[in-house]
Each structure stands twice: as C-alpha cells, then as structure tokens.
Design a protein. Structure first.
Ligand SMILES: [Zn+2]
Length: 350
C-alpha cells in the first residue's frame, strides 16, 4: 500500500511524537491505522475523541441510539445543540470529531452490533474499542476478534467503578477466560439506570483504553497490559489482577477450543431493553429495510413529530417511537418488550 503519511503535516502531533515510545515512526503507524469504536456513548465518545486528536487514520463509529439530555452529564463530546438536532449519536460524534481533526477519515454507522453484521463492521480494522453498554455485545466482540485475530479493549463503568482488560488474540486471556460461563444473567447486574454513574470514572477508563490502543497501533504489543484493571474511584482504589494464568490453564472454550457461540448466533438474546433508557428496541427488518418516507405516510395511529434522513419520530399516547432506516424501532417510555411490540404494530400497521 502506498505510504501517503509523508505528505501529511505532522506538526500537530509534535508533543505526542516527542514521547519516546511513539516517536515519528509510531505516529506514522497511527496515521495508517483503522479502528472500530463500538458504541458512541460515554466510553466510546471519550475514546473516539482521544483517538482522533492522536491522529488515527480511520475511525468507524457504530452506535444504535440517539442523544438525550441526560447523556450530557458524562458524554463530553456532545452539547445541547446535538441533543436539539435529534441526530443519532454516531452521526453527531462524527460531525464534532471532524471539526477536531479533519485529517481523520470518519465513518458513522447507525445500527446495533449483532452476530449478522459484526464481521463486516470490523472489516479492515486493526483494533476494536469497546464502548458498548452490555455483556452480550462484548462476548460477541470477543468471538469476532478471536475469529479475525484483531485485538480489542474491553471496558465497563458503573457508579464510580470501572474495569478494563486488553485482549490480544493468541497472546493474552480473553473475555471468556475471565468469565467462563458467559455474561451474568439478564437483570442480575445493576445498570446505569438504578446505580447511576459519575463522569470521572468514564474519563479514567477511557484513558486506559486509549493508552492500550496506542500501544497496539504503534506496534508495542509486548507492553500491552496482561491484567484486569479494576478501579473504585470513590474509595480511591486501583487494583490489577494478573490474567495470564487464565489463558495458561488452557481450557477456555473461546480462545483455546475455538468455539464461537456468540458469533454463530447460538448464544445471546440481543436483549431488547436498553440499559438505563426506559426504552425497548424492536427489530422489524434486516439492514436497510425501512423506507422512512413511506412509513411516515402510512402511520395508522399516533402522530409524526419529526423526520430526517436518519430517523422518524412518532408519538403515541405517552410513548415515543423512533424508527431508523436499518429496520429498528426504539420505543421510549416502557421497559415491557411485549407492550412495545404491540404498540409498534398498532402505529405502523405491521
Ligand atoms: Zn479465552
């Protein structure tokens, strides 16, 4: 592949290049690299901003949701005008990031990550950064990254607590080494909705993710952390647990035996209730199946309140339906999956 990094003005990265482990060579590697950021909420948007400022060449940002006012407390990439615009997060993120560094190629994708599309979302990427809000998607990313030998950086935050681990296929433990039985049962874990979250833990965990990302992209795989890092900011505790023995035990179904239960759709219910949102996601069709104009003209109940190329909003009684072109409807105002499905059927006649 031709190296066009020589023609770029590297002065904006001067302070970063002066940091020994990066240097000019590391910077050029960053400029040639492609990263998938999964989720453009708190962790994803903070990580994406740092990666764009650092000069990563190509960033693909995938997110299924739109912005709401209560996101602004911790999702520092966005502001009130983004909420007012009603843009999907991936789109709002890319517009903001382009103003920060216009040399970076930015690719927004408005969809949810599932076993059918995860491999194509990862296509051509050197690294995956976890900004998701649920363990099912993380186990899917774990499978997909093992399958394609692409490193990924897991992180999760709740309250003032966070945990993170870097997975380099063939070199480190994977998520399933850490949790052999898979994700905790649905509903068994607290969520941002009931446990809340402090903005500071996001910055800490995203900073660790970013640093691990830079090590990988600059070719310093030997310096990647082999630990699960657990942070409790409120009590000012930072713990690291060495995970290398987990892989050495040699009985992980995913990274040792090669099973891909999530990637093949055998596990994972694609939980419909959205974390912390009082909302349910209903999937009606496959990729690209919604013609929003057509649906807007056929709404049989409720009222169309706004429409753009990205989404169609319909209110029905005290519920708000947001339809996306990729065949999803987010029903806000309920956590009852069946109720949400029946309302969608009533409103758009399906
Ligand atoms: Zn494993």
């Amino acid at each position: 592949m031709p190296d066009n990094t020589d023609s770029l003005d590297l002065r904006r990265y001067d302070r970063q290049m002066k940091y020994g482990p990066i240097g000019v060579e590391g910077q050029k590697r960053l400029l040639r690299s492609r990263v998938l950021v999964c989720g453009a909420g708190a962790l994803g948007s903070v990580s994406a901003e740092m990666l764009v400022r650092a000069g990563v060449g190509h960033l693909r940002i995938v997110d299924r949701d739109f912005l709401e006012l209560n996101n602004l407390q911790r999702q520092s990439l966005y502001d009130e005008s983004d909420v007012a615009s009603g843009l999907p997060k991936a789109e709002a993120a890319v517009r903001k990031l382009h103003r920060i560094n216009s040399n970076v190629t930015l690719e927004p994708v408005v969809t949810d990550v599932q076993y059918r599309n995860v491999m194509s979302l990862m296509d051509g990427c050197d690294l995956v950064v976890d900004g998701t809000d649920n363990f099912e998607t993380r186990f899917l990313l774990n499978d997909a990254c093992l399958e394609s030998s692409v490193p990924w950086i897991f992180a999760g935050c709740l309250g003032a607590d966070g945990q993170t681990m870097t997975v380099v296929p063939g070199k480190t433990a994977c998520l399933q080494c850490l949790m052999p039985d898979g994700p905790p049962a649905a509903g068994s874990l607290p969520t941002c909705d009931n446990a809340g979250i402090l903005a500071s833990i996001i910055s800490v965990m995203a900073s660790i993710q970013f640093t691990e990302a830079i090590k990988i992209l600059c070719g310093h795989l030997d310096q990647v952390s082999r630990n699960l890092t657990v942070v409790d900011l409120w009590n000012h505790q930072f713990r690291t647990l060495d995970t290398s023995h987990l892989r050495e035990q040699g009985n992980c179904p995913a990274c040792v035996e090669g099973r891909r239960d999530w990637l093949h759709g055998k596990r994972g219910s694609q939980a419909a209730v959205l974390c912390g949102r009082n909302a349910v996601q209903v999937r009606l069709g496959d990729e690209g199946e919604f013609n929003l104009n057509k649906i807007a003209s056929q709404v049989t109940a409720g009222q169309v309140t706004s429409q753009s190329e990205f989404m169609l909003r319909v209110t029905y009684e005290d519920l708000r339906l947001t339809l996306f072109p990729d065949g999803r409807v987010i029903v806000t105002g309920t956590e009852d999956d069946r109720h949400a499905r029946s309302i969608v059927a009533r409103v758009i006649g399906q």
